[in-house]
Design a protein. Structure first.
Length: 185
């Protein structure tokens, strides 16, 4: 009987096992990278006239803050104070944890102070609360302000802007959130 007869060749199964593990790791990494790329935010210019019609309007969502006494903040020059886009005070946001958007994906539409309507896709598996929307909008404006020339941003500083509200539009199973941003008075 030859010396290898009756013995198992350990080298062959080990090679097969290692090959399968390497393939598993490669497939896992590719899947993770594909998901990450798919979920990343995309910025593009949007023709707002496609959605800006009353028949697509679903709701209006105000973003107001409290004063030191826990009351709704009213400016001395009039108007209710919104959320500063450069440094939002999320702890002062009225109804900050209330869910306002159920959809996993939404498209933020920002057209002030830009000369263009800029779309920014956002994702959240659980939908969005007011606090999460303010965070996403602040992040989007920071990115856009980093490329002022590209998006034709007028001379205002990001710290001069505040989010006062959002108009939610629904068209073709997509949610569009048109920001209402004003200069701080």
């Amino acid at each position: 009987m030859p010396p290898s007869a009756g013995k198992h060749n350990i080298q062959e199964p080990l090679t097969t096992i290692m090959t399968k593990k390497v393939l598993f790791i490669i497939i896992t990494l590719m899947t993770i990278l594909a998901c990450k790329e798919e979920a990343s935010n995309k910025i593009y210019v949007l023709d707002k006239s496609e959605i800006d019609h009353i028949k697509y309007l679903k709701s209006a969502i105000p973003f107001q803050r409290m004063d030191e006494n826990g009351e709704r903040y009213i400016r001395k020059k009039g108007g209710v104070g919104g959320m500063n886009l450069q440094e939002p005070q999320l702890d002062k946001l009225i109804e900050c944890n209330s869910p306002v958007i159920d959809d996993v994906k939404a498209i933020l539409v920002m057209d002030f102070p830009s000369k263009k309507s800029i779309a920014y896709e956002i994702y959240n598996e659980k939908g969005f609360t007011k606090k999460e929307l303010v965070t996403e909008i602040s992040k989007a404006y920071s990115i856009i302000y980093g490329e002022k020339e590209k998006y034709e941003i007028s001379l205002h500083n990001l710290s001069d802007l505040e989010l006062c509200g959002i108009l939610e539009y629904q068209k073709d199973n997509l949610t569009y959130l048109v920001t209402r941003v004003e200069l701080i008075k």
